[in-house]
Structure formats: structure tokens, C-alpha cells
Ligand binder design. Structure first.
Ligand SMILES: Cc1cc2nc3c(=O)[nH]c(=O)nc-3n(C[C@H](O)[C@H](O)[C@H](O)COP(=O)(O)OP(=O)(O)OC[C@H]3O[C@@H](n4cnc5c(N)ncnc54)[C@H](O)[C@@H]3O)c2cc1C
Length: 379
């Protein structure tokens, strides 16, 4: 019996599991194939909702569903934390000493916001990248009556458009709350323009000017003084804040480092088209966990999952697993509370943001509700 193990029950891992189950339905039912998803949480989390939780537009419960309800019932689930991947023995070792053997392994462990990498940030700043962080920020925004809000961004981080979305939404939120003229918004960004994707930066720069949003480039957060309410960059600039909101630097998961599979940031060296771990024929990597220089986004994980699933099906049927990933990414960008734009791009084609519209915003909200069809393999 062939054994496929998928480490990570988030967007990428769940899509792969359900797609392989669907395409190899007979083999699965006849006991010739076993698919196992390992996840350290019983819940499947749709993280983009946290942006809306922070603005009190959505309740956190809407961001979660039991993973078991999303997976094909024939897929096995192992709940627990993976401690180490033993490539020689082809087994995933769990922290409770269970061992999960594989013929093919898919690593989809995502990424982790690491605010502790910026001294003082956990105490002095807010993040909206976790449920707990979004809830705390929701309270802080509720209590906020005006002042200076600084947005700071560390690298690398998932969802590269989220800092822009948060900034645009924040400005309209302050106006709607009646404190627009008492609220100063300061956006900082680590490189020499306001977004890593040049066309997005070219599109957003005049929007910032028009809306009078102050921006500071070449600002890599280095330390925060929660008492003085100051943030200082590696470049030596210090900014005062009344409220600090950070998209902190991210790392890959510790299990990757413990297994000796990652680089210094626990990102896994991955072939950009085959999505195999470099130097491995039996391990695929997708989503945030890769070291690929593309956006770490749910849509990236989704498009990559299609490729990984197709290759697994091919290999299981005696093929060579030659389907390739072209670097495709799709991101909606909220440009306020009522309008949005979107970008789509791949390795060969840069993004071209279009004019924001209410309709695109409505599409984004609709997708947020329809999301659950995605990991189920229906959308
Ligand atoms: C606020 C916010 C807004 C966002 N907005 C967007 C957006 O608009 N569009 C978009 O495309 N993307 C967006 N994203 C990014 C998107 O959520 C991620 O890029 C996506 O979830 C990555 O998918 P993944 O499958 O790689 O990892 P994840 O979905 O993070 O799943 C990783 C899984 O691995 C499990 N895991 C990790 N380590 C272990 C271990 N040791 N043992 C067992 N299980 C483990 C985790 O529990 C989790 O189930 C946003 C993210 C945030 C935080």
C-alpha cells in the first residue's frame, strides 16, 4: 500500500490531500493507498479573516472550522506536533513519540510570525496576524480616540499586500469613527519603496500622496521602547507612536530546523517549478514553507497544491510527476472599507493593479465566505 503523508493541515496541505483522494478514489477505497494529514491543530484556520477581526467586522469564529469536516472521510488525520522528519527512515516523528511512515511526503507547514525577533515588539506593538493578536488590536482600536498610529513591517512576511490593506482600511476606519482629523497614520517599509512588488509600489505611491498618508522607506524595525512609545529602525531612525501595529518578520517552522531541512530562517530549499525539495524525489514542499522568492500567500499555496496533487497522482500511477508550477499568485487588495483591487502574476508576468472598485471589494468579501469550498477541493 502506498502511503502519502501531508505535514500541515492548512490551505496547501488540505487541498493536496482532498485532490489526491478525489483523483485516486478507487485506490483509496480499495486499501491500495493511504493518505494521512498531520496537523498540530484540530481547527483549519482561514487567516485572512484576522484583518477584518481587527476592525471588528467579523467574529473570530468565522475564521475556523474543524479540519476533520473538510477532509475526505477516508483521509486519516493525526493530531499532534511533528517533532522531526527522518528522511533516511522515511518517517515523521511526533512529539508524543508516534511515528508516521511515508512513501511520499508533502511539507505544508506554513510560516510563523516572529515578533520576538524585534526587541520590545511583543510588549510594545500589536499584530493582526494571529487570532489572539487580532483580538487585542480590536480592543485597542475600539479604545483609540486619536493620535499617531505607526505601521511597521519586518521581512520576510506572509501576505505581502496586507500592510497596505491594513493602512488603507485604517484611514477609512478612523474617518468613519469620527476621529479622522485626530489620527495620524505613519507607514514604514523596509526597502527603498513602499511595496516589494515594483508595480504595486508604483500604483500605491500616488494613492498615499493623495490620501496624505506619511511613509518612511528603508525602515527595518530593530527595537521598540514600550515605555517611551518609540520604535527605532536598523537604519537609525526613531519614530514616536501612540499605537504601534506590526507585520513582524516571519520564520519557517521549528520542525524544519530540527530536521535539518531548512536554511537559517527554516525555509526549505525548493525547486521553483517541480516543487520538490531540492535533492529529494520523495518530498514535495508548498505554500509558505518554501524558500521561493514569491509571495507567501494562500493563493500561492492553492496553485502550488494543484501541481503537487497532479504530480503525486502521476507518480502513484507509474508516471514521472512532470507537471510544473509557473509561479502564479492572485491577491485581492482592500483599498479602504468599500473598495478593492487585485493583482495576478507569475514568474514571467509582473502584476498590474487595476482601478479599485466596489465590485472587487464585494468579490473579496464573497470569497471570504466561500473560502471553505477551496480546501474541500471544490473551488
Ligand atoms: C492577516 C492575514 C491576511 C492574509 N490575507 C491573505 C489574502 O488576502 N490572500 C492570500 O492569498 N493569503 C493571505 N494570507 C496568507 C495566507 O493565510 C498564508 O499564506 C497561507 O495560509 C499559507 O498556507 P500554507 O498551507 O502554506 O500554511 P498554513 O495555512 O499556515 O498551514 C500550515 C499548517 O501546518 C501546521 N503545522 C505547522 N507546524 C506543524 C508541526 N510541527 N506539526 C504539525 N502541524 C504543523 C499548522 O497547524 C497549519 O495547520 C493572509 C495571512 C494573514 C495572517
Amino acid at each position: 500500500m502506498a502511503k502519502i503523508v501531508i505535514l500541515g493541515g492548512g490551505v496547501g496541505g488540505t487541498i493536496v490531500a482532498n485532490q489526491v483522494a478525489k483523483q485516486m478514489s478507487n485506490a483509496l477505497s480499495q486499501g491500495q493507498l493511504e493518505i494521512t494529514v498531520i496537523s498540530d491543530s484540530e481547527q483549519h484556520v482561514y487567516q485572512p479573516m484576522f484583518l477584518y477581526v481587527a476592525f471588528d467586522q467579523v467574529m473570530p469564529g468565522e475564521a475556523k472550522k474543524p479540519e476533520r469536516d473538510i477532509l475526505d472521510p477516508r483521509i486519516k488525520m493525526v493530531i499532534g506536533s511533528a517533532e522531526r522528519i527522518d528522511r533516511e527512515k522515511k518517517v515523521v516523528l511526533m512529539s508524543d513519540h508516534r511515528a508516521v511512515p511515508y512513501d511520499y511526503l508533502v511539507i505544508a507547514t506554513g510560516s510563523r510570525p516572529a515578533p520576538e525577533l524585534v526587541e520590545g515588539l511583543p510588549e510594545g506593538g500589536h499584530i493582526f496576524y494571529t487570532e489572539e493578536g487580532a483580538m487585542k488590536l480590536r480592543r485597542a482600536l475600539h479604545d483609540f480616540q486619536g493620535g499617531r498610529i505607526v505601521i511597521t513591517v519586518g521581512v520576510p512576511h506572509k501576505c505581502p499586500v496586507a500592510p497596505l490593506e491594513f493602512t488603507f482600511m485604517l484611514q477609512e476606519w478612523a474617518k468613519a469613527k469620527g476621529i479622522g482629523d485626530k489620527t495620524e497614520i505613519v507607514y514604514t517599509y523596509p526597502i527603498g519603496r513602499i511595496h516589494s512588488l515594483e508595480p504595486v509600489s508604483e500604483w500605491a505611491t500616488p494613492v498615499f500622496e493623495e490620501r496624505k498618508i506619511e511613509s518612511h522607506i528603508f525602515f527595518n524595525p530593530e527595537h521598540v521602547d514600550p515605555v517611551k512609545k518609540e520604535i527605532t529602525s536598523l537604519e537609525g531612525e526613531t519614530l514616536h507612536y501612540d499605537l504601534l501595529v506590526a507585520v513582524p518578520p516571519h520564520t519557517g517552522q521549528d520542525v524544519i530546523g530540527r530536521s535539518g531541512l531548512g536554511d537559517a530562517g527554516n525555509w526549505i530549499p525548493t525547486d521553483r517549478t517541480s516543487l520538490r525539495m531540492q535533492g529529494a524525489d520523495d518530498i514535495f514542499v508548498l505554500g509558505d514553507a518554501t524558500n521561493l522568492p514569491i509571495s507567501k500567500a494562500g493563493s500561492t499555496a492553492h496553485f502550488e497544491a494543484d501541481v503537487v496533487a497532479a504530480n503525486l497522482v502521476s507518480l502513484l500511477q507509474g508516471g514521472f510527476g512532470s507537471v510544473t508550477y509557473n509561479g502564479k499568485v492572485f491577491c485581492f487588495i482592500e483599498t479602504g472599507l468599500n473598495k478593492a483591487t487585485y493583482i495576478t502574476f507569475d514568474y514571467a508576468h509582473p502584476p498590474k493593479p487595476t482601478a479599485p472598485s466596489e465590485m472587487i471589494h464585494m468579490f473579496k468579501l464573497a470569497y471570504n465566505r466561500l473560502y471553505w469550498l477551496t480546501p474541500a477541493g471544490l473551488l
